[in-house]
Design a protein around this ligand. Structure first.
Ligand SMILES: Nc1ncnc2c1ncn2[C@@H]1O[C@H](COP(=O)(O)OP(=O)(O)OP(=O)(O)O)[C@@H](O)[C@H]1O
Length: 323
């Protein structure tokens, strides 16, 4: 569905070179990205600020011409075949709107039906589904400029889907939204993805979006892919460990060691101890601890994707084994 081979985008930028002088320099915003995304996949495309995510999305949607390499979406070349591509993809860029600012939301949807020449029955069925799933009914008559960010984003998602695209590109779909709107957008996208009818590619800084929605995670940094795999792959590649947190009636004796685990922290005057499970299972660690100490409460904590990704951003450049 989406193919990128050694895709590049260079920008010529002017940088300061001395007090008054500025010189031109070439910045590789996307520096040889090769990816293949199949129909129905849900892919999270993440990376630190300036990594090249939006630039990639702009090349995939025909907004920017690549400086090198190859790209195809739905079998089309995005820039030369942009008009044909527009009928097959949907795009939601968090910062930009495809709605008519002065028109009521419902009017924008009606206009889009004519722009994309969607048969009335298809339009009506898709709109009905979006209205129900995204709770649009109460603001269909509100001018777009008066919508809150969360309401507008739900409108943007609907607008991107009314022509029945095969691929949906989302750039920061939950940025700035409150918790309730975030949940609404995520569960809507989750349902959409579960149908398998739409391929989803989304960039986000909110890793909960990724955990909730994406089976596949592509991480880029400095324009290059540094990880491509599942979230589980990411944890195992970076040695993420589960933790065992124990609340104790009395502190552990000095020098206490739990086989296969290390002691990560001791708090509350020794009444709370956190172990990192290195080479043991949670079951074995719990059994050993309950045998050895007066345990009041226990919990096993899964590794946080935030921690792994932060490590990847700060020191993981190019070490993931991605060829
Ligand atoms: N039109 C442009 N002219 C010059 N440089 C640009 C242009 N667009 C992007 N860049 C640079 O290319 C690099 C990648 O930018 P891009 O917007 O793709 O990053 P991003 O991963 O989307 O970042 P963010 O998470 O901050 O949105 C950055 O260094 C940016 O400054």
């Amino acid at each position: 569905m989406i193919e990128m081979r050694e895709l590049r985008k260079d920008f010529t930028v002017r940088v300061k070179a001395g007090r008054l002088r500025r010189e031109k320099r070439v910045l590789a915003a996307v520096d040889g990205v090769s990816l293949s995304i199949g129909a129905g996949e849900m892919v999270g495309y993440i990376g630190p600020n300036g990594a090249g995510k939006s630039t990639t999305l702009k090349m995939l949607t025909g907004v920017l011409s690549p400086s090198g390499g190859e790209v195809s979406v739905c079998g089309l070349r995005p820039v030369p075949q942009r008009t044909r591509l527009a009928l097959r993809i949907g795009v939601v860029f968090g910062q930009r709107s495809q709605l008519w600012w002065d028109l009521p939301l419902g009017e924008s949807f009606r206009l889009l039906r004519y722009v994309y020449r969607v048969p009335a029955a298809e339009h009506e069925a898709r709109l009905r589904r979006c209205r129900d799933l995204l709770d649009l009914d109460e603001f269909m008559d509100t001018p777009v400029r008066q919508l809150s960010l969360g309401q507008r984003m739900r409108g943007e998602l609907t607008a991107a889907l009314l022509h029945g695209p095969e691929v949906l590109f989302l750039d920061e779909p939950t940025i700035g939204l409150d918790v309730v709107s975030k949940q609404a957008v995520r569960s809507f996208l989750g349902e959409l993805g579960a149908t398998g009818d739409v391929t989803l590619v989304l960039t986000t800084h909110d890793l909960a979006d990724i955990e909730r929605l994406c089976e596949r995670l592509v991480v880029i940094d400095h324009g290059r892919v540094v990880h491509d795999g599942t979230i589980d792959d990411l944890h195992s590649r970076y040695g993420s460990r589960r933790s065992l947190v124990a609340d104790l009636d009395t502190p552990l004796p000095p020098g206490f060691a739990l086989p296969g685990a290390t002691t990560a922290s001791i708090e509350a005057d020794g009444h709370r101890v956190t172990f990192t499970l290195e080479s043991t299972t949670a079951g074995a660690a719990v059994a050993a601890l309950v045998n050895a100490a007066p345990v009041r409460d226990l919990s096993v904590v899964e590794p946080e994707i935030e921690d792994v990704v932060a490590r990847l951003y700060t020191d993981g450049r190019g070490v993931s084994g991605v060829p």
